[in-house]
Design a protein around this ligand. Sequence first.
Ligand SMILES: *Cc1c(COP(=O)(O)O)cnc(C)c1O
Length: 430
Amino acid sequence: MSSNQALFERAQHSIPGGVNSPVRAFKSVGGTPRFISKAQGPYIWDTEGTQYIDYLGSWGPAIVGHSHPEVVEAVQAAAAKGLSFGAPTEGEILIAETICQRLPSIEKIRLVSSGTEATMSAIRLARGATNRRKIIKFEGCYHGHADSLLVKAGSGLLTFGNPTSAGVPEEFITHTIVLEYNNLEQVEQSFAELGSDIACVIVEPVAGNMNLIKPKAGFLEGLRRLCDAHGALLIFDEVMTGFRVGPQGVQGLSGVTPDLTTLAKVIGGGMPVGAFGGRAEIMDNISPLGAVYQAGTLSGNPVAVAAGLKTLEILARDGFYEFLGKQTSRLVEGLCQAAKDHGVNFSADSVGGMFGLYFRDQIPSSFAEVSDADTEQFKIFFHSMLEQGVHLAPSAFEAGFVSAAHSDDVIEATLQKAQTAFAKVAESIA
Ligand SMILES: *Cc1c(COP(=O)(O)O)cnc(C)c1O
């Protein structure tokens, strides 16, 4: 048995930073990441044998609980028949039909292997279908790591944005306009000036990559109206929210219908599956039917699709989302109460099985507001919870995830530990 610390040191010799995705490295909270050896239901265990209640849920996919026996069985059965064929399978039709049936905005869908691929392909498709160049995105929304999406706002509206990563030449992002989330006026102004060259607006319809931030009333409706008025496509990036906030994602909750939707995370049930879909007339622009090229050796992988299909089947069972929403609300309300008991400035929000914790008085509605939360207090809270066996996202700018395996006992145990954690935060202020 190796300690987390020993593994982290060893990992850094062969893997940059010791991790295969940066947030796992605990850089923003400090300390040593837990190296996970197994997971079951609401729990994960590290290599030292310590058990944690898990609110990371693999960043969303583990919605039915880790290692759900039916999902594991489906994966084993698929694996026994072959890992990959590079030729079509019936499973791909089944998952496509299932998603098209559940999300009315999707008439046709194509599978990929990650959220990054889904958004990158959807944007290429939007540009190809409209024959326009520019895209609008919002500050704080994450759409994967494609070059043209790694951009933060410039100094003024409609000035060029700045790359958020080395290796992205400025020329690659000249067609990306970055605006403030929930600021419809900026979108109106951009369309007024550049409307005839704007291919699409891409948005996290509930943002989950700058902590959790909900759209203000009228924001999504306004995006729909402006896109329609100017012939641009509206892309809902529901990679995180799809099948997570409710049975039809944010499009079901808001009643706003996007032209294209991107999905991943939950639809793979823990295996690498992403997808983008929308109206048939738009989707038919993709090769082999149309001129927009898009492909993938492992796209629609049979083992991954089996995990996704079984997960989607479980989600459709009676009362699934009612229970998930109830458990998440209970957690969030309990945390707010515990913070209040200790006099800590704190707020929290949730939608379906997704939640946000903010060390500030008010629930934020923009990247600027969420950036103003107290990250030092978050760190103290995070480490106290971790020491007590609760695994939260290791950053104040990430959302949290509850699964259907988070029973009353599990939520109750979490809230008990939160008392101790908030007491520590209160001590640090005093
Ligand atoms: C996670 C995420 C992505 C990227 O998905 P990967 O599978 O990590 O490439 C894109 N968009 C949103 C909204 C996400 O939450």
